[in-house]
Design a protein around this ligand. Structure first.
Ligand SMILES: CC(C)(COP(=O)(O)OP(=O)(O)OC[C@H]1O[C@@H](n2cnc3c(N)ncnc32)[C@H](O)[C@@H]1OP(=O)(O)O)[C@@H](O)C(=O)NCCC(=O)NCCS
Length: 150
């Protein structure tokens, strides 16, 4: 699979901002994350970050695919890659968070085996200076999903 680890200094900011519109929030986790890009014909088409959070736990953060490449299964490939990568690095659990109105990502993660384990109420209201919209609905709560790796 043409997914490769990429230094965070050269990971494209426009790709990061597709998944998280608040640059200050992105910067708060970018340098602590491992960064991976999916490259096709020497072009980055998508990517994700893997953030070590607690011992034995990594979080899949900021998965994004450029609009012109969406709905071709690339994010599904990236999610599978993140699961394999977290396992290789010794994690026992991989987590992901998504907005309560992000139905596409929710289907993506559920389809990969993640299960809903919690709700971080008002996350998007507390951490973002402007309302964040997805599918025309304001994002309020963050849904937390988990997949056990053993
Ligand atoms: C979410 C995102 C990464 C999906 O990328 P993608 O490459 O288009 O996704 P895939 O083609 O691999 O889709 C896999 C499955 O996810 C679900 N899915 C993905 N996008 C969807 C959408 N817009 N609407 C409904 N379901 C969607 C579907 O179940 C899909 O399977 P299907 O195409 O067989 O129906 C992409 O839309 C994106 O970059 N969005 C902006 C950034 C973002 O919101 N990131 C998520 C942060 S939590």
């Amino acid at each position: 699979m043409p997914v490769q680890e990429t230094p965070h200094e050269i990971y494209p900011l426009d790709l990061l901002l597709l998944a998280d519109p608040e640059e200050s929030v992105v910067r708060s986790y970018l340098s602590r994350s491992l960064c991976f890009t999916l490259n096709i014909e020497n072009k980055i088409v998508g990517g994700y970050l893997l953030l070590p959070t607690r011992p034995g736990t990594m979080e899949l953060v900021n998965i994004a695919v450029y609009e012109e490449y969406q709905r071709r299964g690339y994010a599904r490939q990236l999610v599978s890659h993140s699961i394999a990568e977290a396992k290789t690095r010794g994690a026992k659990t991989i987590e992901v968070g998504t907005a309560d109105s992000s139905f596409g990502p929710l289907a993506l993660y559920r389809g990969a085996g993640f299960r809903l384990t919690g709700v971080d109420r008002d996350f998007f209201v507390r951490h973002y200076s402007e309302p964040v919209l997805d599918n025309g609905i304001q994002c309020r709560d963050m849904l937390r999903l988990t997949l056990d790796l053993d």
